[in-house]
Each structure stands twice: as C-alpha cells, then as structure tokens.
Write a protein of this length. Structure first.
Length: 151
C-alpha cells in the first residue's frame, strides 16, 4: 500500500512537470507507466487485505464493497473534493477587466488582452469595467491557465 501511495505521488509529480513538447513529453509517458504500478499495487494489496481479514462467508461481499468504495464512491467523492480544492486554493476569479489586467501585468485597453477575452472566453468588457462573464485563472502551473467560467 505504501508503494502504491508513493507511486501516485510520483505519477502526479510527472504530470505537474510534463508538457507535450521536449523532455516534458517523456514525463507524461513515464506517468502512464507509473500509473499501472500505482493502480495495481493499491488494488492487489487492498484485495489481499480483505481476503486475509474477512470471514469466508462474507468475503465476496467484502471484496465487492472494497471495489465499490475505491472505484465507485471513492472516485466520485475524490473528484468532488479535488475540484473543490483546486477552486479554493489554485483559482483566481475575476469579474473586472482592471483586476484581471493587473494580475496579467497588462492594461485593460490592450488589444491583445481584449482579443483573448473575446475569442477564447466569449467575454467582453462592459461599459462599467466589469466582465460579461467570470474569467478564472488557475495558478500553480508553469504557464498559468485561463479558463472561462462554467456558470
């Protein structure tokens, strides 16, 4: 189980620094290789634990519960918690052009800035300086990532 946990950390470390060009591509490929190790070690060690600690009468039910909790409910809850954590700790939400342009170290009237807002996010600057939709900037990555609001 510990090897599995370390493999998951290593896998997501490779994802964090992997980019689709140059050396970063090899990190993405390595993350796919490590995924097999992480997944198998977790499932096999969990199955062996359930196999050795449960009574023969309920063993199949316990195996089913383990799989449902890790690949069913666990995946759903994990996805919701991860989404919340990313939004809470790694996302800046902007509703005004001046705040967003200051964060991006440009000016609100920069034509490139306005073009990206319109083309990529279908957002415009209203007459009062607010944005027509919320623009979110995800931090924590090498390049930063702009994403339109899903609301």
């Amino acid at each position: 189980m510990l090897i599995s946990m370390l493999a998951w950390v290593l896998r997501f470390g490779f994802f964090a620094y992997g980019v689709p060009d140059g050396f970063g591509l090899s990190l993405i490929i390595l993350s796919c290789i490590v995924y097999g190790m992480a997944f198998d070690f977790f499932n096999i060690s969990g199955s062996l634990f359930v196999e050795t600690t449960t009574d023969k009468k309920i063993r199949s039910s316990a195996q089913g519960l383990f799989m449902m909790m890790t690949n069913g409910f666990g995946a759903v809850f994990g996805s919701y918690i991860a989404g919340w954590a990313i939004d809470k700790f790694f996302t800046h939400k902007f509703t005004t052009a001046s705040d967003l342009s200051t964060y991006l170290q440009t000016t609100p009237d920069n034509p490139t800035f306005l073009g990206i807002l319109k083309k990529s996010f279908n957002a415009a600057v209203n007459s009062d300086g607010t944005l027509s939709s919320v623009v979110m900037v995800k931090t924590g990555s090498r390049y930063g990532f702009l994403s339109p609001s899903m609301r």
